[in-house]
Design a protein around this ligand. Sequence first.
Ligand SMILES: Nc1nc2c(ncn2[C@@H]2O[C@H](COP(=O)(O)OP(=O)(O)OP(=O)(O)O)[C@@H](O)[C@H]2O)c(=O)[nH]1
Ligand SMILES: [Mg+2]
Length: 314
Amino acid sequence: MIRLIDDNDPKAFSLLKQLYPHSGNAFIIGITGSPGVGKSTLIDALIFEFRKRDRKIAVIAVDPTSPFSGGAILGDRLRMQRHAADEKVFIRSMASRGQKGGLSRATKDATIVLSAMGYEIIIIETVGAGQAEFDIASVAHSTGIVTIPGTGDGIQAVKAGILEIGDIFIVNKSDRPDAESSVLELKMMLSMRNFNTPGDRFEICPQTPKWAPIVVKTIAQNGTGVKELADTFLSHFDFMKKNTILDFKKKELERIYFNSLLKDLALEKIFLFMKESNDFKEALNKIESGSMDPITAAENVVNIMMARKKLRKT
Ligand SMILES: Nc1nc2c(ncn2[C@@H]2O[C@H](COP(=O)(O)OP(=O)(O)OP(=O)(O)O)[C@@H](O)[C@H]2O)c(=O)[nH]1
Ligand SMILES: [Mg+2]
């Protein structure tokens, strides 16, 4: 199924429809951060921790940046290799670039499949955060941002708005110098986080308690701090469940998914329809003859179409 999704195969659609009613129970965790901060190593250690708690766990490693991502993806798989024989662990990379709606939708589709298969925890690894093609917060229930000490990553994070989308902040490679000051710096910046930011958009009413972002220090390579990290993710999940935030968040994510599906389907169908119309051909002629600019021409075609639709209704 995930291969069909990755290949953008139309067969995936009808299968997804059948699986959808059986999905929705998984806890979806997004792990993001700059290249090489140790996301895959950390996820490998997290799998270990969640398996100790007997959770069935799936990982999707997404690589939205490099077009020929064999290297990075192999690296991701390699770092999680020790779980290959565990039938309650599933690890898959996704690199579909032809996917309509970008990787967010492909990943969302994959979480439906995995959730229907009974995976209780689904971790999505992605490089960077919030870029146009992949907004991790539009798929995950809980978002972990990985940074490393002494890179000035904290400062960059503020600029990119990353501070706002994170629920849990991880200072990995804390075997390096300056780990403690990085933790303090992050905590300080988080204490100034504006509560009207997108990360807090799930505020349901003023009485709803707010999750205060937590900073966890880890050494992914030897597992230091990873138990605490696993506990923190689970307690965030419990917090959201207890305060009805999870239901609210799930609805919001469904809305986002619905919107992106709608855009994809509309684009596909309406665009094809428009291209076959005489208005399209006329507009194209006008552009080619230089009598109309492409912007006006595009507006005109859309307006004519909309006007026709209205006429037909009345
Ligand atoms: N010193 C130290 N090195 C680490 C730690 N965690 C990971 N590394 C190393 O950092 C390198 C990158 O680790 P990855 O897990 O591949 O990092 P990543 O963020 O998944 O990388 P991309 O997927 O390419 O963005 C590897 O050589 C790891 O062994 C750590 O806690 N301390
Ligand atoms: Mg990786």
